[in-house]
Design a protein around this ligand. Structure first.
Ligand code: SF4
Ligand code: SF4
Ligand code: SF4
Length: 245
């Protein structure tokens, strides 16, 4: 029997689910190997007998919590899909301002109609078995993770920094272009997507484990920065990270 999988979304732009839909021909291989029972972005049928749940988005309302817990209870394997789910992502920018001010800014006179909670990644609420990082996710990595899960293996997610992939690609370092880059402390796996197109890494894949030990410190040192100073310059994706506070 094919494993049953389902996709769910919380606060997010749904761009990571779109990446999955955009797999097109490659998605046909996945569809051949699994039974997709729920995927709002791509189909109208809906069943709750899934074994693997892909959850996109961060938790931003009280009512999200019981919904996520119910998904966790049903799923044998819970996968966090994209930065909003894995690290809180851009939604956590609101955590830097008083919650009432943010609500008024967004909803104006109707602010009281809408509940809100400090944004958080899904593993702040339930245990997560596997992470697919990035904003948006990398299509190739999604396929790699799905294949590993179907073979009963733990997907391998890099623990080394983006700089490693960037140097391998022969890119000119973004610091040389006068910008600051989070590549020395950010988890690799995107193939140094942004520096390859002359943009800085903003940390969408989250920090590497123990950045103070594992960072590409010589890059930071060359440009006069410490790990803390580099992280401190980026709030866009690291709002939930203790290291960024
Ligand atoms: S991680 Fe980025 S692309 Fe994915 S849902 Fe969140 S905001 Fe959208
Ligand atoms: S700091 Fe950024 S641009 Fe420079 S090597 Fe590292 S990832 Fe590449
Ligand atoms: S280079 Fe950095 S910001 Fe760009 S996709 Fe990779 S991890 Fe994300």
């Amino acid at each position: 029997m094919k494993p049953k999988i389902a996709f769910f979304d919380f606060a997010c732009c749904e761009g990571c689910q779109l990446q999955v839909v955009n797999l097109e021909a490659e998605m046909l291989d996945v569809i051949g190997a699994v039974d997709i029972v729920q995927f709002r972005e791509a189909m109208t049928e809906k069943r709750d007998d899934y074994a693997i749940a892909f959850v996109e988005g961060s938790i931003t309302r009280e009512r999200d919590i019981p919904r996520l817990k119910k998904i966790r209870e049903q799923a044998a394997i819970l996968v966090a899909l994209g930065a909003c789910a894995t690290i809180g992502g851009v939604n956590c920018l609101k955590n830097f301002q008083p919650s009432d001010e943010v609500r008024k800014y967004v909803y104006g006179e109707r602010a009281d109609w809408y509940e809100t909670l400090a944004a958080r990644p899904i593993d702040a609420v339930v245990p997560v078995d596997c992470y697919i990082h990035g904003c948006p996710i990398h299509k190739g990595e999604f396929l790699k993770v799905v294949k590993a899960l179907l073979m009963g293996k733990k997907p391998e997610i890099p623990t080394y920094p983006v700089c490693v992939e960037c140097k391998r690609a022969g890119n000119v370092c973004i610091f040389e272009l006068g910008m600051t880059c989070l590549g020395p402390v950010t988890r690799a796996g995107c193939g140094a997507w942004c520096p390859t197109y002359q943009d800085n890494c903003a940390g969408c894949r989250g920090l590497i484990p123990d950045p103070n030990t594992n960072a590409e410190k010589e890059v930071l040192k060359k440009y006069g920065l410490t790990v803390e100073e580099a992280i401190g310059q980026f709030r866009i994706f690291l709002g939930y990270s203790e290291a960024a506070k």
